[in-house]
Design a protein around this ligand. Structure first.
Ligand code: UDP
Length: 283
């Protein structure tokens, strides 16, 4: 059994229902250190995704994405196992086009405070495709857009959990910049359903493929929506915009629609209501 304190982001409580399942084994390990285990399919999701967390130890973040992914790909190669790698919409950086299509190469600052994550994931994608071309390894590269939902941590730091917790506590809602930045927010169960479908596609499908919600909303609208849904007394407070914060995020979902017949089913209001209920019980 793992030492709980070692988990860099997640919580052991989130998988407590599985721990008694004899077919489930939890092994805590740092992907930057190679470990040889037997496997027949790898879902590689390792790396904190919240800017607050991945910027806390940027060197660790980039090595998780680069050295960690290299280790995972070597492991997959020796096991002849497919790998599904979760990349990110951050590979598009601050995009000049919207919605973002998979063939858009992006606009990323290579030396900014988000680069450890953005460039780390971009390099990890390169590694996946080079292992595919050079060693014929089966890969699926999935670009995940903003996702939220139950089981998030109180200190996650991303927008949905911040706003909900602030609203439930009647504290000021911290909108960064002028609030005109947009995101498209996908509920977690939709996202997981998409990942499972992609994992079952035939070996010729490599991606990259976008997964996420394509209903764009400004952060100011989101703040107002959450205040209404929680019937909060919170007021909106404007704060400094973090460096290199992308202005817009909206996935083009055509490849997902065509290849896995997938579209998110949970709309923002319903997803927020489930998440509000979860945080209400948690705090
Ligand atoms: N944001 C905000 N207030 C917060 C947290 C985030 O206004 O308390 C904004 C942030 O500046 C960005 C958007 O919400 O424009 C989404 O931020 P998040 O950290 O959730 O994810 P990102 O897409 O930036 O990785």
């Amino acid at each position: 059994m793992a030492n709980m304190e070692l988990l860099c982001n997640g919580k052991i409580e989130n998988i407590k229902d599985n721990l008694n399942n004899p077919k489930f084994r939890f092994l805590e390990h740092d992907v930057t250190i190679f470990k040889n285990i037997k496997c027949n399919y790898i879902f590689h999701l390792a790396c904190p995704a919240s800017p607050v967390h991945y910027q806390k130890d940027p060197v660790k973040t980039i090595s998780t994405n680069v050295a960690g992914t290299l280790n995972i790909l070597e492991l997959a190669k020796s096991n002849k196992s497919p790998v599904l790698f979760t990349s990110t919409s951050e590979v598009y950086g601050d995009p000049e086009m919207s919605p973002q299509k998979e063939d858009y190469w992006g606009r990323v600052n290579p030396i900014g405070i988000r680069s450890c994550y953005d460039e780390g994931k971009r390099c990890a994608e390169t590694l996946c495709f080079d292992f595919h071309r050079q060693y014929n390894l089966e890969i699926k590269v999935v670009r995940i857009f903003n996702t939220y939902g139950t089981k998030m941590s109180i200190n996650d730091g991303r927008v949905v959990s911040n706003f909900i917790i602030q609203a439930l506590r009647n504290l000021p809602i911290t909108v960064y910049g002028n609030g005109k930045h947009t995101r498209s927010l996908c509920y977690v169960s939709d996202l997981i359903g998409g990942l499972i479908r992609i994992s079952k596609l035939n070996k010729n499908f490599t991606g990259p493929i976008n997964l996420g919600q394509n209903q764009e909303i400004t952060m100011l609208e989101l703040a107002r929506k959450i205040i209404n849904l929680t019937k909060s007394k919170s007021k909106i407070e404007f704060h400094k915009l973090p460096e290199n914060d992308p202005k817009q995020r909206n996935p083009d979902l055509q490849i997902a629609i065509n290849s896995i017949n997938w579209k998110p089913e949970i709309n923002l209001d319903d997803g927020l209501k489930k998440t509000i209920k979860y945080f209400k019980e948690l705090i």
